[in-house]
Design a protein around this ligand. Sequence first.
Ligand code: M6R
Length: 606
Amino acid sequence: MCGIIGITSNKPVSSAIISSLRKLEYRGYDSAGIATLSNGAINEIKSEGRVDNLEKNPLIKNMLGSVGIGHVRWATHGMPNTINAHPHSSETVSVVHNGIIENSTTLKKYLINKGHKFKSQTDTEVIVHLITEYLKENDLKNSILKMLKQLHGSFALGIIIKDQPDLIVGARRGSPLAVGYGLNENYLGSDSYALKSMTNKISYLSDGEFCIIKKNQVDFFDEIGNKVNKKVLELSSTEENYDKGEFKHFMAKEIEEQPITLKNCVKEYIDNINNDINIHNFPWKLYEINSVTLIGCGSAYNSCLTAKYWFEELTTLDVSVDVASEFRYRINRFKKDTLYIFVSQSGETADTYAALDLCNKNKMKTACIVNVIESSIARDSNFILPIHCGPEIGVASTKAFLGQLFVLYIMALKLAFLKKNITKDNYILKIKDLKQLPKLIKETLLNENKVRSAANTFAKAKGSMFLGRGTSYPIALEGALKLKELSYTHAEGYPAGEMKHGPLALIENGMPVVVLAPRDKYYSKIISNMQEVIARGAKVLLITNKSKDEVVSENIWETIEVENINDDLIPFLLTIPIQKLAYYTALKKGHDIDKPRNLAKSVTVE
Ligand code: M6R
């Protein structure tokens, strides 16, 4: 995580750096800082917490300098306080860093022996002292090359140097970094999003490269110092809406926007005239794909888990699902006839990117399902399937999750049809149902009184459980994840059939338990599992779908009924109440809903 910005210009840069840092807060909000070069010295201002705190520093307004770097931090090494905030500076060098330096302890010992004094607990500070040390006897380029050679780990760096007052150095290994081009000024950013308000002309550094950015010139170098030519790419100029509008939080807005997300998905992927699914320019022949591996983290992983049921139910393909951080280090048996699908809202998640990179290096077929189409994962996949849901600002993923489910479902359905695993009639029927989703989600969103009042109980509870079977199991995991991240209380998602193998011991009198029990083939089984927890004192919030038949069960604390649709698509509707439950529980507890503690929107460290 951590966000980096750098600007070299012919006018003061501090206020432009602060505005960019606000945009970058989705990458971390533990602390923020800025350093500029002026009057032959490095000036540094840092503060704990949000960019707002940094801006409140009275010295910021008068901060001079037409070359500067800024940073928002998500703490890895060292507490989130002002001393550990970036930039880190010596008399001569100032550095901002995203990533982790794995050999920082060894490097620190070496530098201390050479007489360098450290101020912070961060891994980043070794970079400052390495460059300071090498600059004593080397020119800039060689000092940077020598410093980069010493570092193990992944990083994106922005560096300014007292004696080189017209430039910024950028360098990357693992973590992404972009350069933007302006009129008499140029920029460095941890991604193109940070630069979009200043320019639409961008180049990306490739892994191992570094660059020297002056206001009218940018030079790129590879890891041995040879000059590299770069393509300048043009970003789309689509105006995106980053406004909360009438809503108190982005999360509330993003939950309510879900009918529009699904409408956009239907518009992009469904051919109304031919009742077909549009997946244009799919680069492989059908017979080349016999299995699918779905990879993601967090909510994206939960969407993959849901899709596993769909692929199994609809197609004859072998399907496996993996958490990206596990996949990247396992001994994988790569198979030429497997399609590896990477799911990520941001498209910048470090573990998901590393898993993709591993597949690319092994020459596998890679596709991605992303929201941010200019992201690293989108750029480096063989094939992109966007989810078209617009910017998702709240750290808790909501509309992106439904967008991911949609694209995964149409992938499964289309492959099932093309591989002749389902009949044309069935295919058309399922497409018709898909078109109902925006309307049904809208109706389900209106039904919120019960979930709102249930949130009062969850807000007081020590912990809770979410149970499901079939596709409702990953939705239970998603419900528990949402509640954990927003309410800061323990919540577990379980396949209901597993309860008696251990977790049932956790149930005590009054413990709230969400049971996701749509009227699908698992219904009677999960109703029995529900009775088992009720018998042990659980307060069950049952979430099911509307039906003519009453729920035949006793002692249920509360029942919420979502709209009705075919069994495949029920997960979309079950997701709505569990999102609202997490939102209202956090609201009741007075938490910072859009920026929950210890988290960041884009997880760019492994
Ligand atoms: O940007 P990504 O979809 O790759 O992010 C993956 C996870 O970090 C993300 O889904 C996270 O779990 C959410 N905060 C959950 O609400």
